[in-house]
Design a protein around this ligand. Sequence first.
Ligand code: SF4
Length: 738
Amino acid sequence: MIKPDRVVSTTCPYCGVGCNLMLHIKDDHIFKVTSPFDAPVNHGNLCVKGRFGYDYVYHPKRVTVPLVRRYLLEGKPKPKGREQVFAVSKDGQPVEHSKISNLWDWVETDWDTALDLVVDNLARIYKRDGSDAMAVYCCAKATNEDNYLLQKMFRAVFRTNNVDHCTRLCHAGSVVALQQAVGSSAMSNTAGQVIQNDVFIVTGSNTSENHPIIALQMKEAVQKHGAKMIVVDPRRIDLVDMAELWLPLKPGTNVPVFSAMAHVIVKENLVNHEFIANRTEGYGEFVESLEKFTPEYAEELSGVPADDIRKAARMYAGAKNGAIYWGMGISQLSHGTASALALIHLAFLTGHVGREGTGLNPLRGQNNVQGASDMGSMPFHYPGYMRVDNEENAAKWEKAWNIETGGLSRKLGLTTTEILSHAHEGGIRALYIMGENPMMSEPNLNETRKHMQQLEFLVSQDIFINESGAFADVFLPATPFSEKDGTFSNTDRRVQRVRAAHPPRGQARPDWKIICDLAKRLESKLGLVSAYWDYSHPEEVLREMGSVNSDYAGITYKRIDKVGLIYPVPDMNHPGTPTLFTESFPRGRGKFHTLDYVPVREEVDDEYPFILTTGRLLEHWHGGTMTRNSSLNEAYPEARVEIHPADAEIHGIRNGDPVKVQSRRGEIVVRATVTEKTTIGVVFLPWHFAEAAANLLTNDALDPQAKIPEFKACAVQIFPARKRDLAHPEVVLDRGRY
Ligand code: SF4
């Protein structure tokens, strides 16, 4: 048995559950991960990612030295005409590499050279084209401190709000709906409170694969505490086995199904009149708008039997403590905001919010997507969700950052998807990406590729050269979670410590240090007064942010040392706030909205007869930058499309057969899994596999308010393919010779 040199307590870098990890270190390597039974979030349980998914830290492909393209080092113009090829090669060799100029080669360099090249090019573009030409993707995997500093740099130095991150692509619909309805966008209760529910709805969330430890708690609520679970999902997800009721709706029909439940609750007088009178507004108009949403109308649109909709409505309304947990099946639609509002209405009608064991709970995906949003990594908000177009807010941050009065931009910035679609002459010219991978996460990747090629200057700050880093001009090697200090904020709003367990590999540096170094050089180059970047430790960064954002005002590293604190924590004596909205909502009264049914943008037809829906797998995470470079990739090495046996039979497809999946935007070849997990007419693809990227097929139609793309529904066709056309698992990434 190996005896560790030390065991370091930290927080899992994968999903928003935020499990505590104990990293067992020998010779500066992690060799085992455990978790203690008294860990407040996960009680000693870990899923396969937290337990085994750490070895990407040591993967040979990890880049630990700064890289710049040869043309930059040689002071030559950026060569034109380069095709960024993501070709499949059977023998692992780059495709048509000879056609690529060697000026695109990566050259290893020192930090000063790399940072100076970044400074020179960003400053040149900023001086020539101004703030609107600059944009940044912050990172839902990086710490709060990293994200706070990166948005600060772009706002304080480049005076732009073109700041966003992948929250736009996962829960933007939920965030906008919650802001409109209650004035706050985080989960209202903690996930652990599920054991206090007597009825709960799980919708648009394959919780067992996306938030496995929360799924365990849901199962415990049913098995040990007698709670009743209602699953509303197009797929027969694992939780259906324990559900009292499963409503298998057609993708994109959330609004009619949940509005029909509201219809039943109102018609059968199951409403909580006291809550509606005291805590909400807009009820009268809302009730009128419900008239058309009969269960029969919803059945026609969604395929869910009207009687099951009635049963679900009665169960939820009749609960003492009811709660709703939802995932991206609600928000990743061109009407994602309306879908989330339809859920929020159910809680308002029944008063199932503002008490322990109730709540409105959008399960946040990435480990720190909640924190990155809290830190202002968004185009409309400073840290603490303060609107950038509000004078009072801007003045507060100008004071905190030593910026002249009126210096910060009041103009709303561009969202992630808009940043890339504005990448052209006269639009975005320089993009800085910390840790994100738009070439996997954006919809309609063939279009995204064209946008990436339009950028004049791209910086990638990451641990691997991923599909997006392949387009970069400079690569800055950052550290993963086990090589830096900081904090993550989980889906419960619990702020927890991240601790460096071993020194950085090679020349890699923590993100926060890279940003501070760069910001100082930029200020000097542009002749700006310093906004202060001389932090000696990330805790100072969190304290600076907390001095303006009252939610984090009472959080210190000492106070969160063992179990974290659940914000809001408005002062140093405050114990944290597991349950929100106990007295009132941040906007005062909860607001009902009238809704209409709007179909998904691309409905099926004779040519494209299947609805494609996309999502995650237990073994992988998002664009795969981490899990596909870990041993988890051996457990699930290739993409598969799930198809119902009835559909498979009609199309002559057997389990394991290669099939081509084609939409109006692209095509991929993968093996089929014939399974009743999916419903007739619906096929499912995971989005982790670059060689068979689901987002080559998805639709880039946006929700008009939240600007979230419609990842959850587009029309595709499927037909048998040849084995030799299967995508090779070893993608040849044309990143230049490195
Ligand atoms: Fe990590 Fe999420 Fe798994 Fe917990 S449930 S170990 S936080 S991936």
